[in-house]
Design a protein around this ligand. Structure first.
Ligand SMILES: NC(=O)c1ccc[n+]([C@@H]2O[C@H](COP(=O)([O-])OP(=O)(O)OC[C@H]3O[C@@H](n4cnc5c(N)ncnc54)[C@H](O)[C@@H]3O)[C@@H](O)[C@H]2O)c1
Ligand SMILES: NC(=O)c1ccc[n+]([C@@H]2O[C@H](COP(=O)([O-])OP(=O)(O)OC[C@H]3O[C@@H](n4cnc5c(N)ncnc54)[C@H](O)[C@@H]3O)[C@@H](O)[C@H]2O)c1
Lengths: 205, 205
């Protein structure tokens, strides 16, 4: 099993390599990657070793080749389509966030239960009622459901998403969701970021 | 240097231990913690070993004692106060998120540059103009600045926060910020969570 921290670092390495490509750099060493993203070069080599041999010892890696490999491993050599359930403050901020499209994730539909939200526009997309879920998921080949509803509605919304065919759930609600074994669930709690700050403020004192 | 992934796991262990305290459980083994949060027991022991000896071999850990240690290491044995700059969709969703207060982080003030936002209420707090920054940071002993403004305003807002005395910045804007060496900077990009999903959807295929 690949540690999640490794997958998140691959994402960071790929963004760094993308910057090198923009700057016209042709080859790079693990030391340079390590320095560029703020980890040890041993960590870079360990992370890449999970996926086979990429570079030549002593010569380093060809930037374009390594970048292509990483994007393929992360599944970013294709586009993914997501659906957002809950067009409230968080859901709207995510719907309009340019960072998703830049990494290959499109928002194919945004649904909400409230009449005041249905019919409003978020960028190019119109907020639709929940009844449109199965149709939009099929039409746009949506595999990822993003849950930004209150805790009380989260499990019911998740069950509907899975029934309608999504394969992965990104849950922002403060509720522990139950999903079948063949569905990937990831919970986001932004307070963990604050705890990393409080750890550093406390530890470095 | 403690790996960031270790700090994030300590946060998860502490939440799990909190649940055990609620359930009246008095002692727990590293195997049980590992099983409860979904990592290996070797990982649990390795993470805890960074901070000294906590349990007795063969007997396990006293839940309340270990919980107290972890909260102290994370700096959560005290409360922290944060200020949010940018009362847009994301800033308002963060201002109202109960998860922050539950982990010991209060939002002491919310500022914005736009006249339509100033004077509106988010929960108990009124959105105020940027001129109030230094006063609110001093009055409420604020150490963390949360940046939820557009990329074009992010560096200027960060400079003002640091001038006004914050010690750490949580940046949501898609801009690479420059901060002095004595200020802790953490960038959040929610698309990384989608990439962990695309990795798993791709890898498990
Ligand atoms: N994980 C984090 O770090 C984090 C941060 C901020 C907010 N949150 C959580 O995200 C969720 C949304 O927060 P928000 O500030 O956007 O809240 P909000 O009230 O602004 O938005 C919630 C939206 O969900 C809709 N909704 C309610 N029930 C529904 C249902 N059954 N089906 C479809 N839509 C439904 C509402 O109409 C509303 O538009 C909350 O659960 C909140 O706790 C999490
Ligand atoms: N990191 C992520 O994963 C992620 C996700 C969503 C949004 N974002 C980013 O978060 C930021 C906010 O997104 P949003 O959807 O809330 O946008 P928004 O437009 O709804 O909110 C931005 C707010 O900032 C205020 N503002 C602008 N200039 C300011 C200044 N100089 N000082 C103080 N306030 C100022 C505006 O008045 C507005 O209220 C954007 O940069 C966006 O790209 C990041």
């Amino acid at each position: 099993k690949i540690p999640e921290a490794t997958v998140m670092r691959l994402s960071i390495y790929s963004r760094y390599l993308h910057q090198l490509i923009d700057d016209g750099v042709k080859s790079v060493s693990s030391d340079e990657i390590a320095h560029g993203v703020g980890v040890s070069s041993a960590q870079v080599r360990k992370d890449l070793a999970y996926f086979g041999e990429f570079g030549t010892r002593g010569v380093g890696y060809k930037v374009e080749v390594l970048y292509g490999h990483l994007m393929k491993i992360l599944g970013l050599d294709r586009r993914w389509c997501a659906i957002i359930i809950g067009a409230g403050k968080l859901g709207s901020a995510l719907a309009l966030y340019q960072g998703f499209a830049a990494r290959g994730f499109n928002v194919g539909a945004i649904l909400d239960a409230s009449p005041d939200k249905i019919g409003t526009k978020l960028g190019e997309i119109e907020v639709e009622p929940l009844e449109m879920m199965a149709q939009r998921i099929e039409e746009k080949n949506i595999t990822i459901g993003i849950v930004t509803v209150p805790a009380s509605a989260a499990q019911e919304v998740t069950d509907k998403l899975i029934e309608s065919g999504v394969k992965a759930i990104l849950n922002f609600s403060p509720r522990v969701l139950k999903v079948p074994g063949n569905v990937i669930l990831r919970n986001v709690d932004l307070s963990v970021n604050l705890e990393v700050l409080s750890f550093n403020l406390n530890y470095l004192k």
